[in-house]
Unconditional design. Sequence first.
Length: 442
Amino acid sequence: MYYLAIIGGGPAGYTAAELAKKAGKEVVLFEQTALGGTCLNVGCIPTKSLLYGAKQYYNATHAQRYGVTAENVSYDFAAMQKRKTIVVRKLVAGIRQRLQGVTIVNGAATVVSRTDECVSIACGEQTYEAENLLICTGSTNFVPPIPGIQNNPAVWNSTDALNAGELPKSVIIVGGGVIGMEFATLYSALGIPVTIIEALPRILSTLDESISDYLTAAYTKRGVNILTSTTVEAIEGQRLMANGEWYEADKILVCVGRRANIQGLEALTDLEYNRGAIAVDDFMRTNLPNVYAAGDVTGKIMLAHVASRQAEVAVGRMLKQIPVQRIAYNAIPSVVYTYPEVASVGISENALEGCEAVQLPMTYSGRFVAENEGETGMCKLVVNTKSQTIMGVHLVGNPSSEFIAAASFAVRMGYTLPEFRQVVFPHPTVSEILRETVNEIQ
């Protein structure tokens, strides 16, 4: 009998397997497709690989801003796709190397039965038993109930788009969230006409309104057609009706969110759910004593780094490691790999009473000015007016993704403005914008 059985080999699953194995426990990991899950195979990594190629092309075609002349610039999308595949394979191999000593079973796993002492799992023609079960089954693309969306070759989801052999001639993106905006970045950088249709009043609605407004203006100027407060009513082939008007494109890319994947868990009849996701406590325990869950299937925050942290907490609790810290969901950083990049952590300006916000353009950073010709960017801090504690940080500008962790640390540790002013930032770096913005607050 194994100590731990894990269903799902994504960031939560492989992180948990590695930790439990290091603790000397016998672990079996079930993965239906490939190690790395959605993030590595059809999500974060392949998207960023293609985006990086597109950004190189975009920068080359705008190199004159930096005194560089580049003539006859072109791109090879097939070569971009080939490089993406190589990157993914390399990282998958790295995960497999880290999981030496873990029993890896390829196939769809199904829970057969459970008692407080043992969980039985079937995969293929074999059955496996373990003392504990960690469910890391991830999420799948949500398909909205739009007439004409099913079995339509003109309609793509994000996986279809990533695996496409050639670029569309034009694209309508349904959904102006993180996934939709990253694909809009990819296609627009490569010269593909893009229309974004978003049902809510603004794109990236979960982020600070200032970020949404900034990117809307930037992408509109770039030629991207952004339609907000617009509801898709029907799809016919390559045509789409929204708010009573017809729009047409070579491909219609639907990116309206993801839903927890709970297939294979039917035998856990007493397992509690919350809005279609597995309900867990602060230590990733379900209502069943020896069943835990981590990652997208919990419906908390569907990000790879959250999944990894949840796995750490779950394994720590199983092993009764002291102390086992709760996850600080208020300090989870998020990044949108648009151009310019967006990064944020903590609350938005209007999310909590008793807070004030101050913002500066990124041009207060010397390095930002040197490397981002024609851009202004933005850094906004949200501060509790009474305690002077930093509650949120919101950034637009390259490379925000690389220093949002500093802001996340400040929010996580409850830094006050006087405490943060003692932090020394290297000069010249774009990260200095954090200090500059803090110094604006009296």
